[in-house]
Design a protein around this ligand. Sequence first.
Ligand SMILES: C[S@@+](CC[C@H](N)C(=O)[O-])C[C@H]1O[C@@H](n2cnc3c(N)ncnc32)[C@H](O)[C@@H]1O
Length: 282
Amino acid sequence: MKLINSETFKYFKKSYRLSLKWDSYFLVYDQIFKKYKKKKIKFVEIGVANGGSLFIWRKLFGKNAKIIGIDANPYSKKLSKYGFKIYTGDQSDPEFWKKFFKKEGKIDVILDDGGHKNLQQISTVHYTLPYIKNGGMIVVEDMATSYLKKEFYNPSKYSFVNFCNKIIEFINYRSGLVQKTMNTYSKKVYSIEFFDSIAVLNIDSTKCFKSKSVSNNVSDPALNEMRNSFHFKKTREIIKKKIPFLRHFKFYNKIERKLFYRNSFLNLKENLIIKRILKSIH
Ligand SMILES: C[S@@+](CC[C@H](N)C(=O)[O-])C[C@H]1O[C@@H](n2cnc3c(N)ncnc32)[C@H](O)[C@@H]1O
């Protein structure tokens, strides 16, 4: 079994209380949480239910970590007796988060295993982002609900997966190629990773800056950009053979560039090929 070497799966199996997770998650936890092992971090899980997962985190991060649970169900408060700090609240309520961060200050990791609805997942990201330390992360589980109709009303423009697409855009606002002003997401979300039903937002404002093109100034000849050079290759060769004198005229070179290199028909042709590639994926 693939999970035989998974540390978090081992702790899950040995947890004192009931925990419900998808089996693919444990390899992800092993990978993304490795850097926090035995560190003095503040780890927050939204949605703790019976508390089974809290024991996984205690074991993985060690006694120096502060493990905090949040649940809409006041039942979870009972888990305080095991040394966890438990809050009762609604993850989509901005007032709840204001009070929470006033008490707890900045945190390292937030893991969302709460209600899994679009607004709940988006609220987790939106309201906690300003309070995640550099080097920290926001992990959202069960993002496959973005594809579920019953109860989750997806697919929708407002699904979590589409929100992630927006974040990808905001990350790309940092590119010097893109004429966009960086927003709070561009300035804090360094990268985003996707696994089976899990999104991981890696937070680090020190790595988020508007990029610019740089050169190491070695004097080599400037080479032609070849991105369109394979199109109409045959046609160009025929023209070259049959009417070779044309190449001596400046206007012809201009027209050639327009026709064979920067032609919007080229784009249409490429889109058709892309469409075919997408269709061929089974
Ligand atoms: C899937 S269970 C959590 C399972 C737990 N993490 C485990 O591993 O066993 C989801 C929990 O999210 C809580 N929940 C649902 N909606 C919530 C909301 N809006 N805010 C906070 N918690 C919520 C539920 O009460 C439930 O206990």
